[in-house]
Design a protein around this ligand. Structure first.
Ligand SMILES: NC(=O)c1ccc[n+]([C@@H]2O[C@H](COP(=O)([O-])OP(=O)(O)OC[C@H]3O[C@@H](n4cnc5c(N)ncnc54)[C@H](OP(=O)(O)O)[C@@H]3O)[C@@H](O)[C@H]2O)c1
Length: 244
Protein backbone atom coordinates (compact mmCIF):
# COMPACT_ATOMS: atom_id res chain seq x y z
CA UNK A 1 0.00 0.00 0.00
CA UNK A 2 1.16 3.54 -0.66
CA UNK A 3 -1.42 5.48 1.34
CA UNK A 4 1.25 7.72 2.91
CA UNK A 5 3.26 8.48 -0.22
CA UNK A 6 5.17 11.74 0.14
CA UNK A 7 3.91 12.38 3.68
CA UNK A 8 6.15 13.45 6.55
CA UNK A 9 5.48 11.98 9.98
CA UNK A 10 6.77 12.43 13.51
CA UNK A 11 6.49 9.51 15.93
CA UNK A 12 7.48 10.15 19.54
CA UNK A 13 8.75 7.03 21.27
CA UNK A 14 9.40 5.72 17.76
CA UNK A 15 12.54 3.73 18.59
CA UNK A 16 10.78 0.83 20.33
CA UNK A 17 7.51 -1.04 20.73
CA UNK A 18 4.36 0.38 19.18
CA UNK A 19 6.11 3.51 17.90
CA UNK A 20 8.79 1.49 16.15
CA UNK A 21 6.21 -0.79 14.53
CA UNK A 22 4.25 2.26 13.37
CA UNK A 23 7.42 3.82 11.94
CA UNK A 24 8.07 0.65 9.96
CA UNK A 25 4.50 0.58 8.66
CA UNK A 26 4.41 4.31 7.79
CA UNK A 27 7.66 3.94 5.80
CA UNK A 28 6.32 0.83 4.01
CA UNK A 29 3.31 2.94 3.03
CA UNK A 30 5.51 5.71 1.59
CA UNK A 31 6.13 8.16 4.45
CA UNK A 32 9.31 9.87 5.62
CA UNK A 33 9.48 9.44 9.41
CA UNK A 34 11.21 11.31 12.24
CA UNK A 35 11.43 9.26 15.44
CA UNK A 36 12.03 10.93 18.80
CA UNK A 37 13.13 9.49 22.17
CA UNK A 38 15.65 9.84 24.99
CA UNK A 39 18.03 6.90 24.32
CA UNK A 40 20.51 7.57 21.52
CA UNK A 41 21.47 3.90 21.14
CA UNK A 42 17.83 2.84 20.72
CA UNK A 43 17.29 5.61 18.15
CA UNK A 44 20.44 4.61 16.24
CA UNK A 45 19.45 0.93 16.16
CA UNK A 46 15.95 1.81 14.93
CA UNK A 47 17.14 4.14 12.17
CA UNK A 48 19.65 1.53 11.00
CA UNK A 49 16.77 -0.91 10.51
CA UNK A 50 14.17 1.56 9.24
CA UNK A 51 16.45 2.75 6.41
CA UNK A 52 16.93 5.96 4.42
CA UNK A 53 13.44 7.37 5.00
CA UNK A 54 13.95 7.57 8.77
CA UNK A 55 15.63 10.23 10.89
CA UNK A 56 16.12 10.32 14.66
CA UNK A 57 16.14 13.25 17.06
CA UNK A 58 17.08 12.67 20.70
CA UNK A 59 15.04 14.33 23.41
CA UNK A 60 12.22 14.16 25.91
CA UNK A 61 8.59 15.08 25.26
CA UNK A 62 8.61 16.58 28.78
CA UNK A 63 11.14 19.22 27.69
CA UNK A 64 9.70 21.87 25.37
CA UNK A 65 13.21 22.87 24.21
CA UNK A 66 13.83 19.30 22.99
CA UNK A 67 10.57 19.43 21.03
CA UNK A 68 11.70 22.73 19.47
CA UNK A 69 14.83 20.94 18.22
CA UNK A 70 12.70 18.10 16.82
CA UNK A 71 10.49 20.43 14.80
CA UNK A 72 13.47 22.54 13.69
CA UNK A 73 14.95 19.34 12.22
CA UNK A 74 11.65 18.51 10.48
CA UNK A 75 11.37 22.03 9.06
CA UNK A 76 14.98 22.06 7.85
CA UNK A 77 14.71 18.78 5.95
CA UNK A 78 11.03 18.52 4.95
CA UNK A 79 9.58 22.08 5.35
CA UNK A 80 6.18 20.79 6.52
CA UNK A 81 4.56 18.00 8.48
CA UNK A 82 1.51 15.83 7.75
CA UNK A 83 1.26 13.30 10.58
CA UNK A 84 2.11 13.37 14.30
CA UNK A 85 1.79 10.18 16.33
CA UNK A 86 2.19 11.24 19.98
CA UNK A 87 3.04 7.76 21.18
CA UNK A 88 5.73 8.27 23.87
CA UNK A 89 4.34 7.12 27.18
CA UNK A 90 5.27 6.24 30.74
CA UNK A 91 3.46 3.98 33.17
CA UNK A 92 4.28 2.05 36.33
CA UNK A 93 2.12 0.75 39.18
CA UNK A 94 1.69 2.29 42.65
CA UNK A 95 -1.44 1.45 44.63
CA UNK A 96 -3.56 4.06 46.38
CA UNK A 97 -1.83 4.76 49.70
CA UNK A 98 1.66 4.54 48.14
CA UNK A 99 1.35 7.18 45.41
CA UNK A 100 4.09 9.84 45.46
CA UNK A 101 4.31 13.28 43.91
CA UNK A 102 7.30 12.11 41.82
CA UNK A 103 5.26 9.20 40.42
CA UNK A 104 2.45 11.52 39.33
CA UNK A 105 4.89 14.06 37.87
CA UNK A 106 6.74 11.44 35.80
CA UNK A 107 3.55 9.99 34.33
CA UNK A 108 1.67 13.24 33.74
CA UNK A 109 4.76 15.08 32.44
CA UNK A 110 5.18 12.39 29.78
CA UNK A 111 1.63 11.37 28.92
CA UNK A 112 -0.29 14.63 29.34
CA UNK A 113 2.11 17.60 29.26
CA UNK A 114 4.26 15.70 26.73
CA UNK A 115 1.32 15.06 24.41
CA UNK A 116 0.14 18.66 24.68
CA UNK A 117 3.48 20.19 23.70
CA UNK A 118 4.23 17.51 21.10
CA UNK A 119 1.09 18.64 19.27
CA UNK A 120 1.10 22.37 20.03
CA UNK A 121 4.65 22.73 18.75
CA UNK A 122 3.89 20.68 15.60
CA UNK A 123 0.95 22.82 14.50
CA UNK A 124 2.91 25.62 12.78
CA UNK A 125 4.24 22.99 10.32
CA UNK A 126 0.86 21.32 9.70
CA UNK A 127 -2.00 22.17 7.37
CA UNK A 128 -5.13 20.84 5.65
CA UNK A 129 -5.10 17.02 5.46
CA UNK A 130 -2.96 16.75 8.60
CA UNK A 131 -3.55 13.89 11.01
CA UNK A 132 -2.79 13.89 14.73
CA UNK A 133 -2.87 10.57 16.58
CA UNK A 134 -2.75 10.59 20.37
CA UNK A 135 -2.09 7.45 22.39
CA UNK A 136 -4.64 6.45 24.97
CA UNK A 137 -5.05 3.06 26.61
CA UNK A 138 -7.77 0.60 27.53
CA UNK A 139 -6.83 1.64 31.11
CA UNK A 140 -8.16 5.12 30.37
CA UNK A 141 -11.64 3.60 30.12
CA UNK A 142 -11.58 0.68 32.54
CA UNK A 143 -9.12 1.67 35.25
CA UNK A 144 -6.58 -0.94 36.37
CA UNK A 145 -5.50 -1.89 39.90
CA UNK A 146 -2.51 0.21 41.11
CA UNK A 147 -2.43 2.15 37.83
CA UNK A 148 -4.45 5.18 38.90
CA UNK A 149 -1.94 7.83 37.75
CA UNK A 150 -1.43 6.08 34.40
CA UNK A 151 -5.14 5.42 33.85
CA UNK A 152 -6.07 9.00 34.75
CA UNK A 153 -3.38 10.35 32.41
CA UNK A 154 -4.80 8.30 29.54
CA UNK A 155 -8.35 9.44 30.32
CA UNK A 156 -6.99 13.00 30.07
CA UNK A 157 -5.45 12.21 26.68
CA UNK A 158 -8.82 10.97 25.45
CA UNK A 159 -10.33 14.35 26.34
CA UNK A 160 -7.56 16.27 24.59
CA UNK A 161 -8.78 14.86 21.26
CA UNK A 162 -12.38 15.90 21.94
CA UNK A 163 -11.29 19.44 22.85
CA UNK A 164 -8.71 19.86 20.10
CA UNK A 165 -11.14 18.70 17.41
CA UNK A 166 -13.06 21.86 18.37
CA UNK A 167 -9.94 24.03 18.59
CA UNK A 168 -8.86 22.79 15.13
CA UNK A 169 -12.26 23.43 13.51
CA UNK A 170 -11.80 24.76 9.98
CA UNK A 171 -8.10 23.87 9.73
CA UNK A 172 -8.59 20.52 7.98
CA UNK A 173 -6.43 18.86 10.63
CA UNK A 174 -7.96 15.77 12.27
CA UNK A 175 -7.17 14.47 15.75
CA UNK A 176 -7.98 10.99 17.04
CA UNK A 177 -6.96 8.74 19.90
CA UNK A 178 -5.59 5.23 19.35
CA UNK A 179 -6.10 3.19 22.53
CA UNK A 180 -4.14 -0.05 22.67
CA UNK A 181 -4.90 -2.86 25.04
CA UNK A 182 -2.29 -5.45 26.09
CA UNK A 183 0.62 -5.21 23.68
CA UNK A 184 3.90 -7.10 23.94
CA UNK A 185 6.42 -4.26 24.44
CA UNK A 186 9.18 -3.18 26.86
CA UNK A 187 6.79 -0.91 28.71
CA UNK A 188 4.28 -3.70 29.35
CA UNK A 189 7.05 -6.05 30.50
CA UNK A 190 8.59 -3.48 32.87
CA UNK A 191 5.25 -2.34 34.29
CA UNK A 192 3.68 -5.80 34.71
CA UNK A 193 6.44 -8.44 34.82
CA UNK A 194 6.10 -11.86 33.12
CA UNK A 195 3.22 -13.05 35.34
CA UNK A 196 1.38 -9.75 35.00
CA UNK A 197 1.74 -9.95 31.21
CA UNK A 198 0.11 -13.40 31.21
CA UNK A 199 -2.73 -12.15 33.40
CA UNK A 200 -3.20 -9.04 31.22
CA UNK A 201 -3.27 -11.21 28.08
CA UNK A 202 -5.96 -13.48 29.51
CA UNK A 203 -8.35 -10.61 30.29
CA UNK A 204 -9.57 -9.94 26.75
CA UNK A 205 -11.82 -12.09 24.53
CA UNK A 206 -8.97 -12.75 22.07
CA UNK A 207 -6.92 -14.19 24.99
CA UNK A 208 -3.54 -12.85 23.88
CA UNK A 209 -1.39 -9.73 23.69
CA UNK A 210 -1.19 -7.71 20.50
CA UNK A 211 1.94 -7.69 18.42
CA UNK A 212 3.03 -4.01 18.15
CA UNK A 213 2.55 -4.30 14.36
CA UNK A 214 -1.20 -4.77 14.93
CA UNK A 215 -1.31 -1.36 16.62
CA UNK A 216 0.95 0.16 13.95
CA UNK A 217 -1.49 -0.95 11.26
CA UNK A 218 -4.30 1.02 12.88
CA UNK A 219 -2.01 4.03 13.34
CA UNK A 220 -1.38 3.94 9.57
CA UNK A 221 -5.15 3.90 8.95
CA UNK A 222 -5.64 6.94 11.21
CA UNK A 223 -2.69 8.70 9.54
CA UNK A 224 -4.11 8.11 6.06
CA UNK A 225 -7.02 9.53 4.10
CA UNK A 226 -8.84 6.22 4.67
CA UNK A 227 -9.93 7.79 7.97
CA UNK A 228 -10.71 11.19 6.39
CA UNK A 229 -14.12 11.62 8.09
CA UNK A 230 -12.83 10.72 11.56
CA UNK A 231 -11.90 13.28 14.15
CA UNK A 232 -12.28 13.38 17.96
CA UNK A 233 -12.71 9.59 17.89
CA UNK A 234 -11.16 6.97 20.09
CA UNK A 235 -10.17 3.80 18.25
CA UNK A 236 -9.76 0.84 20.60
CA UNK A 237 -7.22 -1.79 19.50
CA UNK A 238 -7.54 -3.85 22.63
CA UNK A 239 -8.76 -7.35 21.75
CA UNK A 240 -12.11 -6.24 23.15
CA UNK A 241 -10.76 -5.63 26.66
CA UNK A 242 -12.47 -2.30 27.34
CA UNK A 243 -15.48 -3.03 25.10
CA UNK A 244 -17.21 -5.78 27.08
N1 LIG B 1 2.14 -2.00 25.68
C1 LIG B 1 0.90 -1.89 26.13
O1 LIG B 1 0.31 -2.88 26.63
C2 LIG B 1 0.17 -0.58 26.02
C3 LIG B 1 -1.20 -0.57 26.31
C4 LIG B 1 -1.89 0.63 26.22
C5 LIG B 1 -1.23 1.80 25.84
N2 LIG B 1 0.10 1.76 25.57
C6 LIG B 1 0.76 3.02 25.20
O2 LIG B 1 1.48 2.85 24.00
C7 LIG B 1 2.54 3.82 23.94
C8 LIG B 1 3.82 3.15 23.52
O3 LIG B 1 4.25 2.26 24.52
P1 LIG B 1 4.92 0.83 24.23
O4 LIG B 1 4.08 -0.17 24.87
O5 LIG B 1 5.27 0.71 22.78
O6 LIG B 1 6.23 0.91 25.14
P2 LIG B 1 7.78 1.12 24.84
O7 LIG B 1 8.31 0.16 23.86
O8 LIG B 1 8.43 1.21 26.18
O9 LIG B 1 7.77 2.53 24.14
C9 LIG B 1 7.69 3.74 24.82
C10 LIG B 1 8.58 4.69 24.04
O10 LIG B 1 8.38 6.00 24.58
C11 LIG B 1 9.65 6.61 24.71
N3 LIG B 1 9.55 7.58 25.77
C12 LIG B 1 9.20 7.36 27.07
N4 LIG B 1 9.25 8.52 27.74
C13 LIG B 1 9.65 9.48 26.86
C14 LIG B 1 9.90 10.86 26.94
N5 LIG B 1 9.76 11.53 28.09
N6 LIG B 1 10.28 11.52 25.83
C15 LIG B 1 10.43 10.88 24.65
N7 LIG B 1 10.21 9.56 24.50
C16 LIG B 1 9.84 8.88 25.60
C17 LIG B 1 10.62 5.48 25.03
O11 LIG B 1 11.94 5.79 24.60
P3 LIG B 1 13.07 6.38 25.59
O12 LIG B 1 12.94 5.64 26.88
O13 LIG B 1 14.35 6.12 24.85
O14 LIG B 1 12.76 7.83 25.69
C18 LIG B 1 10.06 4.35 24.18
O15 LIG B 1 10.64 4.35 22.89
C19 LIG B 1 2.57 4.49 25.33
O16 LIG B 1 1.93 5.73 25.28
C20 LIG B 1 1.79 3.51 26.19
O17 LIG B 1 1.19 4.15 27.31
C21 LIG B 1 0.82 0.60 25.65
Amino acid sequence: MTRLNGKTAVITGGATGIGRAAAQRFIEEGAFVFIFGRRQEALDAAVAELGPNARAVKGSVSDPADLDRLYAAVKAERASLDIVFANAGAGSPLPLGKITAEHIDEIFNTNVKGSIFTIQKALPLMGRGGSIILTGSSAGTTGAPAFSAYSASKAAVRNLARTWAEDLKGTGIRVNVLSPGPTATELAKEALGEEGMKAFASMNPLQCMADPAEIGAVAAFLASQDSSFMTASEVAVDGGLAQI
